[in-house]
Write a protein that binds this ligand. Structure first.
Ligand SMILES: [Zn+2]
Length: 379
């Protein structure tokens, strides 16, 4: 298939230059819903997830019945929102590479994915190529905790498996991503004047420091990472702090390792707080601990014989292309789609330096991804 570079450039630039911060995706959503209707979608509908996410619009789905009705439906997913700073993006292109012209991100994450889908769809329609039943699923608020995907009702889709176009690198297929749990720790000590009554306080920050220094942090093993990333506490330099809050996370590709790491974190804080003692017997109270954790996103793990993997292998071999099937270190919408029982692989689309103002993407890489998407849709 010969794709139209000018058309792809036009749509990519247009999408990037429509503001779509997290919770403010409605302008981009309206533009795309109109476009998919114009391209002959059989159904375009928006869900009611905005009530949960706080966005000014819901997720939306564009469904095409396709002309290869013998093949089971599949879906492609991208997110509509862009990480900050993302208002007033101006795209510039130097040779083959798109950059942001200003002090914003480019927004290739994830508008390159959307532009690729549009170009492939237009090419298929114009050339009258038979294609499989497909749904395009666009989510809100991915960048602030996968909120749109988390609030998505999977029964809205007829497709039972799919792809997210939302990763760096090219010819990469992400087939696994960790689960992540957030941790929140609160330690209550006892306030006292640090200069006048130094023996009458319980320093909550010092207790937290003792505990944190004993935790395994960073890369714990080949599958598990942990971090304490926020510490808040204290009121003044001359007051022994009676409160500290520490927030962190544990991620793992292995749930039993994840849970045992959470247990270890909890036990470490409990041991430090419960072993506190007052050497002068002046204080009648004791420090206390609050420890809580909650799932941020679920595990993603695709089997080698799962539908998206098999179909991607087939599509790549028809292009005489070899792909790398790899694990990711972070979560994305695909974690939730997989947890919903919809096997979903993530395709690398070539974007680089994402989440920074030096974000960029090559036109040639977008065209390369378009070939793979085209092959998945038509083979
Ligand atoms: Zn993304």
């Amino acid at each position: 298939m010969q794709f139209n570079s000018d058309r792809l450039t036009y749509y990519f630039t247009t999408l990037c230059e429509i503001d779509s911060p997290s919770k403010g995706e409605s302008k981009l959503s309206s533009y795309l819903q109109d476009l998919f209707n114009d391209l002959g979608a059989d159904l375009v509908f928006e869900d009611d997830s905005s009530r949960v996410t706080g966005s000014d619009c819901g997720n939306f789905v564009a469904r095409f019945a396709g002309t290869r009705r013998d093949v089971s439906p599949l879906f492609f997913n991208c997110h509509l929102d862009v990480i900050k700073p993302c208002l007033g993006v101006k795209v510039c292109k130097i040779n083959d590479i798109f950059y942001s012209a200003g002090d914003t991100v480019l927004g290739a994450d994830d508008k390159a994915g959307i532009a690729i889908l549009i170009e492939v769809l237009i090419a298929i329609i114009l050339e009258n190529i038979p294609f499989v039943p497909v749904e395009f699923v666009f989510t809100t608020c991915e960048e602030i905790g996968l909120l749109g995907a988390k609030a998505f009702d999977p029964s809205l889709l007829v497709a039972k498996y799919g792809y997210s176009l939302d990763s760096t690198g090219i010819d990469n297929v992400i087939i696994g991503a960790p689960a992540s749990y957030g941790i929140s720790v609160e330690i209550h000590g006892l306030a006292s004047h640090a200069g006048l009554r130094p023996l009458h306080g319980i320093n909550a920050i010092q207790l937290a420091a003792h505990a944190v220094s004993r935790l395994p942090l960073g890369q714990i093993d080949g599958e598990t990472t942990a971090n304490i990333g926020l510490i808040t506490g204290g009121t003044a330099t001359n007051i022994i702090p009676d409160y500290v809050c520490a927030d962190g996370e544990v991620r793992s590709h292995n749930l039993s390792k994840l849970y045992s790491t959470l247990d270890l974190f909890k036990k470490t804080f409990q041991d430090v707080v419960s072993s506190w003692h007052d050497p002068y017997d002046l204080i009648t109270s004791r420090p206390s601990l609050g420890f809580s954790f909650s799932e941020q996103y679920p595990l993603m793990k695709l089997e080698p014989d799962s539908l998206p993997v098999v179909r991607t292998r087939h599509a790549a071999s028809s292009l005489s292309r070899s792909l790398r099937f790899i694990q990711a270190g972070g979560g994305s919408d695909a974690n939730f789609f997989n947890a919903y029982g919809l096997p979903t692989a993530i395709l690398g689309i070539g974007m680089e330096n994402v989440h920074s103002v030096s974000e960029n993407i090559k036109l040639s890489d977008m065209l390369r991804t378009a070939e793979l998407v085209y092959s998945i849709l038509t083979s």
